[in-house]
Write a protein that binds this ligand. Structure first.
Ligand code: NAD
Ligand code: DAU
Length: 350
């Protein structure tokens, strides 16, 4: 079982990264955890408010695309593990502006890999990747670790490139690496541009809920805390150089998800039966919209005894409850106030 002393988490102020940082403090209680994040629109230090004064945790603001900065960071701290999550992560934004995705997801990953290889310390590199690299499924079949890559959006193409770079550094330089390709996450602290938090936010505020195309695209939903547990299992016991798929065994059409959230919110808010339907609006489809994703988790289940533990029903209820009891978080995000949180806590940047 591996253990670590100095862990760099990139993108720790984002959705999954913040869950990972919080849990890493428990999972590796003796380790120092450094969260490197550029704080793009998706980075929000309020996600880590509860642990910010933990002496084992520090935050560093910086850009993984800045090679000199990354090199200096590795000289200052001698990391023995990098968990790399920093990325541009939203498919619709990648259609609007692919270049931000190419920079951060490809060049940023290359900078980290290059720096780790050049450093004179042993360091394991873990890449958090996506099932979208495999393309789109028809009505049947599942993505396995040997499914050919077939990315179809600028986002997924950039993540596929970064996966290829990670494997290239493993084969060429002998860098110890691990990769996981995960399905759609949901849970607390997810930025309300992604389907589930967007739908929760809009129903709560009685705003129109946009459903792309016919609403029958399928995603395999995974509760974020289950994802983080899978990452820890791989970090501790995964075979170096290997890839592990992570999924929720919870395929749902988008319209199913929207309807379920609508029913729960109507019930909680004491609205009339099926009130939510008034707000469901079918809109123009996403260009190149992948039809179906679904993960075969056999490898991680058999080798590392990890299986998703939170059912979709429970996970959705917990998530909706979290957004309801954390309306401030949502308000700060939608108003843009969360952008000033760092300044309020730490003062101006140098
Ligand atoms: P997110 O958008 O919520 O967070 C990304 C974080 O990266 C933000 O805090 C942002 O400030 C930071 N960041 C962006 N560019 C940076 C840069 N140049 N330098 C330093 N920091 C930078 O993303 P997420 O949903 O938490 O996803 C995290 C990772 O997991 C991504 O690599 C994503 O591709 C992958 N992933 C996400 C999902 C999902 O469903 N959300 C599923 C599979 C894989
Ligand atoms: O599969 C893993 C991927 O899941 C991650 O790699 C990505 O970072 C993450 O953003 C997510 O990508 P998707 O494109 O699947 O997620 P999104 O929440 O944007 O959309 C989910 C589905 O809902 C998709 O079929 C598009 C649809 N959709 C989305 C939005 C935002 C709508 O119908 N309406 C919407 O307003």
């Amino acid at each position: 079982m591996r253990t670590f002393d100095k862990i760099l988490v990139t993108g720790g102020a984002g959705f999954i990264g913040s869950h990972l940082v919080r849990n890493a403090l428990v999972e590796f209680p003796n380790a120092e955890i450094i969260n490197l994040d550029k704080l793009t629109y998706a980075g929000n230090l309020e996600n880590l408010k509860d642990i910010e004064s933990n002496p084992k945790y520090s935050f560093v603001k910086g850009d993984i695309c800045d090679l000199e900065f990354v090199k200096q960071l590795f000289e200052d701290y001698h990391f023995d593990l990098v968990v790399h999550l920093a990325a541009e992560s939203h498919v619709d934004r990648s259609i609007e502006n692919p270049f931000a995705f190419l920079h951060t997801n490809i060049l940023g990953t290359a900078n980290l890999l290059h720096t780790v290889v050049k450093s004179d310390h042993d360091c394991l590199f873990y890449h958090v990747s996506t099932d979208e690299v495999y393309g789109s499924l028809g009505e049947t079949g599942l993505f396995t670790e040997s499914t050919s890559y077939d990315p179809r959006s600028p986002y997924s193409a950039s993540k596929a490139s970064s996966d290829h770079l990670v494997r290239a550094f493993y084969h060429t330089y002998g860098l110890p690496v691990l990769i996981s390709n995960c399905s759609n996450n949901y849970g607390p602290y997810q930025f309300p541009e992604k389907l589930i938090p967007l739908v929760i936010h809009n129903f709560l505020n009685q705003k129109s809920v946009p459903v792309y195309g016919d609403g029958l695209n399928v995603r395999d939903w995974l509760y974020v805390e289950d994802h983080v547990k899978a990452i820890f299992a791989i970090l501790k016991k995964g075979r170096i150089g290997e890839t592990y798929n992570i999924g929720g065994n919870a395929e749902r059409t988008n319209i199913d998800i929207v309807s379920r959230i609508g029913e729960i919110i109507d019930n909680i808010e004491g609205r009339t039966y099926n009130n939510y339907k008034e707000y469901v609006t079918f809109v123009k489809d996403r260009p190149g919209h992948d039809r179906r994703y679904a993960i075969d988790c056999t490898k991680i289940s058999k080798e590392l005894e990890w299986n998703p533990s939170v059912t979709m029903k429970k996970g959705l209820e917990q998530t909706i409850k979290w957004y309801l009891t954390n309306k401030n978080w949502l308000d700060n995000v939608t108003s843009g106030d969360y952008r000033s949180y760092y300044k309020k806590q730490y003062g101006d940047f140098k």
